[in-house]
Write a protein that binds this ligand. Structure first.
Ligand SMILES: [Zn+2]
Length: 266
């Protein structure tokens, strides 16, 4: 079996995780920028993090023969300090041309606040003006449906944005169709304590089909499973799905979306 992990926060994982992923058939891992588990206090802290995502982490992954790609942004959680957010946004262009950077992400909303929305629009503008792919985080503690609607509106308001170049992640049963109907890609996140389990993910694939959908584990510093994506293949097989179906969802779909960036070559 081969698969792509399109959303893993590898800076918080061990080398054992890299080894396990490669052993399970991982062909590439993509790492969106995210919250560190604490608030970074200065733009310099983000400069160091972006350097880690674009320099050190790809070299760490390469020790296991695993291609590593990244996405850059300020997490929605970090948007409340508008001055800090502007300082960080100003840093991103100097990292965009690095060889493993695929786009802007994971941007989006956390508590659906006014400041979060403002910084979301700034990120969308940054992606549009640099012709970057976009990876979106939808809220999972606050109102996901409302947050997803606000995000979709913000994206569609910018006429330069092609929905086929945007993946809206952490969709659930009540938001998947909304995302797909507007032409966006949808990401289903497999997480042990919140978000989605493998049976629910396969239910959603059976309801919505496999077009423009990918699975990811979003493994980070919390309780999460870097092997959640390949493990979902077991649930697919249990329901009688063949190897082509599994390859389509776990490898071909993320490959198709990510290949819209000329930097994504395996
Ligand atoms: Zn994430």
């Amino acid at each position: 079996m081969r698969y792509i992990e399109p959303h893993g926060h590898m800076v918080s994982r061990t080398t054992d995780d890299y080894l396990a992923m490669v052993t399970a058939g991982c062909a590439a891992v993509c790492e969106p920028a995210f919250w560190a588990g604490y608030d970074r206090r200065s733009a310099e802290g983000f400069f160091d993090y972006f350097s880690q995502l674009t320099d050190y982490e790809p070299r760490r992954a390469a020790k296991f023969g695993l291609p590593h790609f990244s996405w850059l942004c300020l997490n929605p959680k970090e948007s409340e300090d508008l001055q800090l957010a502007e300082d960080v946004l100003a840093l991103i262009p100097e990292f965009i041309d690095r060889p493993n950077v695929l786009g802007i992400g994971e941007i989006g909303l956390n508590k659906n606040t006014r400041n979060e929305l403002k910084i979301l629009e700034r990120h969308i503008d940054l992606a549009a003006s640099h012709e970057q792919l976009i990876l979106v985080h939808t809220p999972h503690l606050e109102d996901k449906l409302k947050g997803t609607r606000l995000i979709i509106d913000a994206l569609l308001n910018d006429k330069r944005i092609d929905p086929g170049r945007v993946i809206i992640d952490h969709v659930e049963e009540h938001t998947a169709q909304l995302v797909l109907d507007q032409g966006f890609w949808a990401g289903i996140t497999l997480y042990p304590e919140s978000k989605c389990t493998p049976p629910r993910a396969v239910d959603m694939l059976e309801m919505h089909g496999t077009e423009r959908i990918w699975l990811n584990c979003a493994c980070d510093w919390g309780v999460s499973d870097p092997l959640a994506v390949p493990k979902t293949a077991i649930e697919m097989r249990r329901r009688g799905r063949d190897a082509e179906f599994i390859d389509q969802v776990l490898y071909q779909n993320p490959h198709q979306f990510l290949s819209q960036s000329p930097k994504f070559t395996l």
